[in-house]
Design a protein around this ligand. Structure first.
Ligand code: COA
Ligand code: ZN
Length: 311
């Protein structure tokens, strides 16, 4: 079976916009549950201004504790918007970073208080410095389909910025549908153009499920040859600076789709359900992607069968 690689972004994208402040210990427990489920890569946190995103104020402590926990088989990255974020991340012991470049002028201003040109140069400098420090790198190209402020994002801009981030040495270029407005035909067309400038093995996709098309979009990306996906357990997530965005495509939905379609993920859905249960208890509300009711029913049946066998 062909393998796909999933980065679970729930500790960062999932928690950055929650009403409830989750403690560092509970964030760590969420990550531990993800690792126990077989998740090999998480985006753990972001080193952004605590004034902008108070939910991520504990980034340094979380990274230190995560490193101390030495969860086997788990890679973790952190989002950094600028050199200051990189410096903080490096001091805390982070080994992989992601820069965030939006493909429109207004989204960059709203998100990181820089125009497109400055954001591009700052992302390039941050990538260069991270590589000098021996860190692995990812680069988000955000609002790669539509911008909540400017409408449809010109494909030429997305291609130009993805090519630039690759030139600057980003190990992975993450094409992000920040507000969850993409549809499968558009995904196919955009990834077809992006493959011309970035080797497909280095392309990742990051879908939000605002219009219920997250899994369909992931399938379109698979068909376009992409094998790297961001997702968030329980479908939590959303950018506080991009109005109207729902959560990410749920990791459990993505794993179900991929495994049922003949791809292997290395991830156990039962393990993910434990993480969803835990996140629900923390956030005090119902979570889960499109398949959650069916997945839980399956788990109950399976447990019933096991109990009958051992009785
Ligand atoms: N981490 C922590 N503090 C930071 C920082 C970082 N990465 N970058 C800048 N700061 C601090 C500065 O030191 C300065 O502190 P001071 O007021 O105590 O002197 C203050 O923030 C203002 O610095 P400035 O460079 O003017 O930043 P800004 O106000 O223009 O904000 C960002 C820029 C990028 C820091 C801010 O917009 C941000 O954190 N955005 C993150 C958005 C986000 O997380 N979006 C969701 C994920 S995509
Ligand atoms: Zn996102």
């Amino acid at each position: 079976m062909e393998r796909i690689h999933i980065t679970d972004v729930s500790p960062r994208d999932g928690l950055q916009n929650q009403q409830v402040q989750v403690s560092t210990a509970d964030k760590l427990e969420l990550i531990r549950l993800l690792a126990a489920a077989g998740v090999q890569s998480v985006e753990a946190t972001s080193f952004v201004s605590p004034k902008a995103v108070p939910q991520m104020a504990d980034a340094g402590e979380l990274v230190a504790r995560l490193n101390a926990a030495a969860l086997p088989g788990l890679r973790s990255s952190v989002l950094v918007p600028n050199l200051k974020g990189l410096e903080r991340a490096h001091a805390a012991g982070a080994r992989e970073i992601a820069v965030v470049l939006s493909a429109t002028e207004t989204m960059n201003r709203k998100n990181i208080n820089m125009g497109l040109q400055e954001a591009t140069e700052v992302s390039a400098q941050t990538l260069a410095e991270a590589q000098r420090l021996g860190m692995r790198t990812r680069a988000y190209v955000a609002v790669a389909f539509d911008c909540p402020f400017e409408g449809e994002t010109p494909l030429s801009e997305v291609v130009r910025l993805a090519a630039r981030m690759r030139e600057e040495g980003a190990g992975e270029i993450v094409i992000a549908d920040t507000i969850g407005s993409a549809s499968p035909g558009q995904v196919k067309a955009r990834l077809g153009a992006l493959r011309e400038v970035v080797p497909v093995a280095q392309l990742a996709v990051h879908f939000h499920d605002t219009r219920g098309m997250g899994v369909a979009n992931a399938w379109a990306a698979l068909e376009a040859g992409v094998r790297r996906f961001d997702a968030s357990v329980g479908g939590i997530g959303g950018c506080p600076f991009a109005p109207g965005a729902a959560g990410n495509v749920a990791t459990e939905d993505l794993v179900l789709m991929a495994e049922r379609s003949g791809f292997s993920t290395g991830i156990s859905i039962d393990g993910l359900l434990d993480a969803v249960d835990f996140a629900e208890a923390q956030l005090q509300r119902a979570l889960g992607g499109r398949a959650i009711t069916w997945l839980r029913r399956q788990r109950e049946k399976e447990r019933g069968t096991q109990a009958a066998r051992t009785a």
